[in-house]
Design a protein around this ligand. Structure first.
Ligand code: AMP
Ligand code: GLY
Length: 423
C-alpha cells in the first residue's frame, strides 16, 4: 500500500523507519518531512495545517493510508477531512483529539469517570482565577487550556508568581487562544513516566514505557523544551504500577471517550506521575510522544502497518503487541540556544557511521538539504538513539554515538537516563 505520513520531526522519522520495514508498504510519502525522512519517503513541501493540499496530494498519489504524527493537525480535524475524502487515516478525529486539545475537557473527563489526576478547577474568567488563588496552596500549577507547544504549563511557588501567571496566560495571551481558558491544579510530586498506547475505539494495548527529559539543562534546570532525551523502558514502571493503571486509567479513558460519543482511534499518550498516593494522569496526548517514539518504536517487534490497520478496523484485540526485551536511550542533539534562539543552516557531518552499526539510529528532527548538503534547520536537530541489553548499556552506546556527529553549536544534555542509577 502507499502510505503518507504527516509531520516533520524525529517522531515522524521513527514512524517512517517502521513503515519502511513493513512488507505491506509500497511507496511512502511525507508532508512536509525532513532530510532524514527523505531516505525512506518522497517528501512534499506541504505544511501539516494545509488540509486541502494534503487531501489533494493523497488523492493524486493514490495514498491508501495516512498516519498523522503531529498534534496540531489532529486537533484541527485533519483526520475528519481525509476520511471525508474516502482516505483511510490513523489518528483520532477532531472530536476525540480534544483529549489533548483541551486540558479543561480532559480534566473534566477524568473527574466524571473517576480517573486519578490532580485536583483542579477550570476558569474562563481571569478575575475568578485570581480570586481562587487567594485561598490556594502553593506551589500550584497553571495550564493554558489549548495547545502551546508543550510550553503552556507554569509551576508557581508563590501567590505573586501565580497572579503573574494568570496574567501571562489569560490577559497577555502569551500562548494565544490556548489561554482563553485555563486549568489551575494541585502540584504533585513523583517520578514521571510516559506510556503510549494503540487504541481502536474499544480496545487499548499499551506499548513499553519511557521517560522524557523536558528541561533544557543538566540536572533538570533551565527552560522547558519539546524533550531533550528519553529512555525506555522506565525501571520505575513496575508490574504493580502497570496493574494499577490497567485497572484505573487506561481502559477507563477509552471507555469514557466512547461513553461521551467521542470514540478514540489512534495513539493515546498517558503522561503519568507516580505519586505517593499512586499513579495519576498529568496529561493526555493524542499521538506518539517526541522523543518517546524514538526509543519505543525501534523496540517494537510488530509490523507497524498491521497494528495501525487493526486500530482503524477495530480489530486491535487480535493483535499481540510485542516489544524486544532490551532497552533504548535517545539523546537529542540541539543547537546551542534552544529553546530560545539559535542559528540554522549549520553543516552536519558524521552520519554515515549509523549505517555501519546495528542498533544505532539517527532520527532527524530539524534538518534539511541545502544544495545537496545536510544542514541544521531547527532547535532540536537530531535524536541519537541506541539500543543495549539493558538501560546502562543503551545509555553508554547512545552517548558514544553522539560523538560521531559534528555540527557547530552542537548542544546536548549529559544526564539523559541518569535516573536509571537510582532505580
Ligand atoms: P504537561 O504538558 O501537562 O505534561 O506539563 C508539563 C510538565 O509540567 C509535566 O511533564 C510535569 O513535569 C509538570 N507538571 C504538569 N502538571 C503538574 C502537576 N500537577 N504537578 C507537578 N508538575 C506538573
Ligand atoms: N515528549 C513529550 C511530548 O511529546 O509531548
Amino acid at each position: 500500500m502507499n502510505v503518507l505520513i504527516v509531520g516533520s520531526g524525529g517522531r515522524e522519522h521513527a514512524i517512517a523507519y517502521c513503515v519502511a520495514k513493513s512488507d505491506k508498504a509500497d511507496k511512502i510519502y511525507c508532508t512536509p518531512g525532513n532530510a532524514g525522512i527523505a531516505e525512506y519517503a518522497e517528501c512534499a513541501p506541504i505544511g501539516a495545517m494545509e488540509f486541502e493540499k494534503i487531501v489533494a496530494f493523497a488523492k493524486e498519489k493514490s495514498v491508501d493510508l495516512v498516519i498523522v504524527g503531529m498534534d496540531d493537525p489532529l486537533v484541527g480535524g485533519l483526520v475528519d477531512e481525509l476520511e471525508a475524502a474516502g482516505i483511510r487515516t490513523f489518528g483520532p478525529r477532531k472530536n476525540a483529539a480534544v483529549l489533548e486539545g483541551s486540558k479543561a475537557f480532559s480534566k473534566d473527563l477524568m473527574k466524571k469517570y473517576n480517573i486519578p489526576t490532580a485536583a483542579y478547577e477550570n476558569f474562563a474568567d481571569a478575575d475568578k482565577a485570581l480570586s481562587y488563588l487567594e485561598t490556594a496552596k502553593f506551589p500550584i500549577v497553571l495550564k493554558a487550556d489549548g495547545l502551546a507547544l508543550g510550553k503552556g504549563v507554569l509551576i508557581c511557588s508563590t501567590l505573586e508568581e501565580a497572579k503573574e501567571g494568570v496574567k501571562t496566560i489569560m490577559l497577555d495571551k502569551k500562548f494565544g487562544s490556548a489561554g482563553n481558558e485555563m486549568v489551575i491544579e494541585e502540584f504533585m510530586t513523583g517520578r514521571e513516566v510516559s506510556v503510549l498506547s494503540f487504541v481502536d475505539g474499544n480496545t487499548i494495548k499499551t506499548m513499553t514505557s519511557a521517560q522524557d527529559h523536558k528541561r533544557a539543562g543538566d540536572g533538570d534546570t533551565g527552560l522547558n523544551t519539546g524533550g531533550m532525551g528519553t529512555f525506555s523502558p522506565s525501571p520505575f514502571y513496575t508490574k504493580e504500577v502497570e496493574e494499577f493503571c490497567d485497572k484505573h486509567i487506561y481502559q477507563a479513558t477509552v471507555d469514557a471517550m466512547k461513553a461521551e460519543g467521542r470514540p478514540f482511534k489512534g495513539v493515546i499518550f498517558f503522561g503519568l506521575m507516580l505519586t505517593e498516593e499512586g499513579p495519576k494522569v498529568l496529561e493526555y496526548n493524542a499521538r506518539f510522544g517526541d522523543p518517546e517514539a524514538q526509543v519505543v518504536l525501534p523496540r517494537m517487534k510488530n509490523d507497524i502497518l498491521e497494528v495501525v490497520e487493526a486500530c482503524i478496523d477495530g480489530t486491535l484485540d487480535k493483535v499481540n503487541l510485542q516489544f524486544e526485551d532490551n532497552a533504548a536511550v535517545c539523546v537529542v542533539l540541539a543547537s546551542e540556544g534552544y529553546p530560545v534562539s539559535y542559528e540554522k543552516g549549520l553543516p552536519i557531518s558524521g552520519l554515515e557511521e549509523f549505517k555501519k552499526h546495528d542498533g544505532y539510529y539517527c532520527f532527524h528532527a530539524g534538518t534539511k538539504l541545502a544544495d545537496g548538503k545536510l544542514v541544521t534547520n531547527g532547535g532540536r536537530v537530531l535524536g541519537i538513539t541506541a539500543k543495549g541489553k539493558d538501560l546502562k548499556e543503551a545509555r553508554a552506546n547512545a552517548y558514544a554515538a553522539t560523538e560521531w556527529v559534528q555540527f557547530d553549536n552542537k548542544y546536548m544534555r549529559h544526564d539523559i537516563g541518569k535516573a536509571i542509577d537510582e532505580a
